[in-house]
Design a binder for this molecule. Structure first.
Ligand code: C5P
Length: 305
């Protein structure tokens, strides 16, 4: 049983104050991108977790891995023990950078939820799956949902956003990942000592999405976490500049970073930008991706997947 799950970028990310539970109130517009992970689950004698692909060496193989926690969340929800449901082997094949601000860990959690629920024939409604996803992490419901969506609360309350156009992105992966809590703490610190300008209202961006014009969208990209990510990794400034010099319409730090996402005029432009950016020596790897794409979905074996 294999499920593919998209990565995400936040084309708009407005971070509000810290709540009593330690999370920040967000208003964000997510877009799911064609850079994906795949999650394969199968019945096994003993439980195991295997990881292959992009950054696989640094992915935890124990209960810190959200895909693993999906087993417990499903067991608790169904009132059956993990033993009753049956031991599973989980394999994550990663295309999404680890700790890169593209919700790779959340994608694996969403993929594991859907794959296990299908393997165990649990017949859960979409609402049930979404609520279990939110228990695993703020970005997990969006990984199930996909497309383009407005997220509020911790980012887990979703409303679809109309997006008529396919947008073309170039992604610059950094040498090392960034810890999401650390980036949020850095933003809190910057706000205590100064006044980093907040991103504006999201309404014009929603309109640009519906309109489907990348030039218009490029002017409206904004991420409150960018200042914090750049403060922790000053060389991201150079990466962001290099992407625009390579011909992108605009660049933004993706989520809590350090991946930088560059919006391009069309697919050909994205290929050109990626070639130039690869040669600029400002990042570890460059990838081309497009969005929006659907959320987590079971791969049909008849499609050769
Ligand atoms: O929900 P998730 O476990 O993915 O969040 C990881 C961390 O990111 C949280 O522990 C918190 O430090 C930070 N976070 C936040 N506000 C949000 C989402 C995440 O402060 N809305």
């Amino acid at each position: 049983m294999t499920v593919t799950v998209p990565s995400k970028i936040n084309v708009h990310l407005s971070v509000g104050p810290v709540r009593d539970d330690g999370y920040h109130e967000l208003t964000t517009i997510f877009q799911a991108l064609s850079l994906t992970d795949s999650v394969t689950v199968s019945a096994a004698e003993t439980p195991s977790l295997h990881v292959t692909g992009e950054g696989s060496k640094i992915v935890p193989r124990d209960e810190r891995n959200l895909a693993w926690r999906a087993v417990d969340v499903l067991a608790e929800h169904t009132g059956r023990s993990a033993e009753e449901l049956g031991s599973v082997s989980i394999t994550l094949d990663k295309g999404i950078p680890v700790a890169g601000g593209m919700a790779g860990g959340s994608a694996d959690a969403a993929g594991a939820l859907l794959a296990l629920a299908t393997l165990w024939k649990l017949d859960l409604s979409r609402e049930e799956l979404t609520s279990l996803a939110a228990q695993l992490g703020s970005d997990v419901p969006f990984a199930l949902h996909g497309g383009t969506a407005l997220g509020t609360g911790r980012g887990e309350e979703l409303v679809p956003v109309l997006s008529r156009h396919t947008f073309h992105w170039v992604l610059a992966f950094a040498q090392r990942g960034l810890s999401t809590p650390r980036v949020y703490r850095e933003l809190d610190r910057l706000r205590e000592v100064g006044d980093p300008p907040p991103v504006g209202d999201h309404a014009p961006l929603v309109e640009a999405m519906a309109w489907g014009d990348p030039h218009r969208l490029a002017e409206l990209l904004g991420n409150d976490l960018q200042a914090a990510a750049v403060s922790l990794r000053p060389n991201l400034r150079r990466t962001l500049r290099a992407g625009v010099e390579a011909g992108a319409l605009a660049g933004i730090v993706s989520g809590s970073g350090p991946t930088c996402a560059f919006l391009c005029a069309d697919g050909d432009a994205a290929v050109q930008v990626s070639a130039r950016l690869s040669g600029a020596g400002v990042c570890r790897t460059v990838r081309v991706a497009s969005g929006p794409v659907p959320g987590a979905r079971v791969v049909d074996p008849d499609d050769g997947g």
